[in-house]
Design a binder for this molecule. Sequence first.
Ligand code: FES
Ligand code: MG
Length: 578
Amino acid sequence: MTDANRTGRRSQAWFGAQGRSGMLYRSWMRNQGFGHEVLDGRPVIGIATSASELAPCNAHLTRVAEAVRRGVWQAGGFPLEFPTMATGETLMRPTAMLYRNLMAMEVEELIRANPLDGVVLLSGCDKTTPAMLMGAASVDLPAIMVTGGPMLNGKYRGRDVGSGTQVWKFEEDLKTGRMTQEECFFAEGCMARSAGHCMTMGTASTMACVAEALGMQLPGSAAWPAVDSRRMETAQAAGQRIVRMVEEELRPSRILTRRAFENAIRVNAAIGGSTNAIIHLTALAGRVGVPLSLEDFDAQARAVPTLVNLMPSGSYLMEDFCYAGGLPAVMAELLRGGLLHGGQITVTGRGIAENVADAERLDPDVITGLDAPFQPAGTGTAVLRGNLCPDGAVLKQSAASPHLLTHRGPARVFDSPEEYHRVADDPELDVDENTVLVIRNAGPKGYPGMPEVSNVPLPARLLKAGIRDMVRICDGRMSGTGYGTVVLHVAPEAAVGGPLALVRDGDPIVLDVPQRTLRLDVDEAELRRRREAWRAPAAPHRSGYAWLYTQHVEQADKGADFGFLRGCRGHEVPRDSH
Ligand code: FES
Ligand code: MG
């Protein structure tokens, strides 16, 4: 292990090396036209880009990388762009979530194996942001994130339409005959009319805001639309800043403290963010050794009202959010109410209070104030416990129907989402609006990958009768753009023998969100009998990555990371390769 060099920089273990090795490291860089002078010990900055045409939300990151590169040169660094895996939400099957850990592992290993002193993380689509953060946290070299920004507002027949959220509504309209297939094709183009990630407060926008709240991206970064020139300005500023961060040795471990996570949880509540943030933040906390339980999410968020009126919980979109002041305006308002740790250091080298000191709420309809919030405190994501979810489950109250938050109804059980979809349109399906739809085997191991399948559409017959919501319970996730009274992330999952596996048709299920409980009203002796008779389903994969995944993935309440990826493995220079 060598770390000797002229400047003390890690990259000089490569470019400053003597003899044959040094020659190899330098010579091949020169085939790209980099002269000897840029290998002189200046900070070498990796630009990790998850650009891919297979991840449409990230396809434009190549342009963002150019702006970052400019900033790095300006500040006296040496930028080197490299591709990472891109886990695109829309195309990847069985779910992008199956690959989040793989991407995080790749990001980590690429940073460590290469002559880098710092890294800029370019992400966008849902899983790419947490994967980048998790990977970088496990290396702990100075790192700054630049998310790619949301698409412009969708526009359909004079109306704003939100990506994701509107898909569920269009589907209902198609089913009930309010929309033709032709109209639907047209609407598809209206919904995604520029580069960028989903412009609702879905998981991508949520994670971009969370990254900013954690202090890992520059103030204001989360909201600039992907095609707004200020996105490029921000990227350039990030390129400049990472060079200084290397000099200051400002590493993720200094930024990602318990207080940063508390800030992120509170910001997530204030923006009406995605339930997926819970899983990703828990996994990230595991990388930096910050203890974070499901109850922390409920407890930290309880005093925080939802300030931001964005779909799916509200009516506006990210472009409006940007013009209304973006996340700095939200954070300034939370600080005013004493709801954030203002001294928490960020990539700017300053605390968040200083970062957002000049922020203003420019449109009080989009970003409401604490005195008249969009939704009162205590309506955020609830963490449930009970004999149906001993290790927890979550429910996004702001996306649920108030009348269903306390509910008792008979279970109708489906062993897979497909099993439900096969009969959902059957007019004879034996369910009514009081039925609790149980969809199981959609957890991390069971599916595998814990897909966003939990908010299954309502049975066609009930939709036609005007029913718009029913209680659904699942061990999978829900898209951040989804809505409905859906109990998610039930742990342990059915596939490992969690109580969800024991539910039978007709069993009464009692949901009491104010009391934070979810119970199966079946007596313990009967449940014991069922547990003894339960047999684990056959493993879906015997080899390959999916096998590795099912062997090592942890349950939802632990963040669904691989057990062996927990913690930080540092950035010591590896042994020589030649
Ligand atoms: Fe990529 Fe929504 S599909 S952000
Ligand atoms: Mg999503």
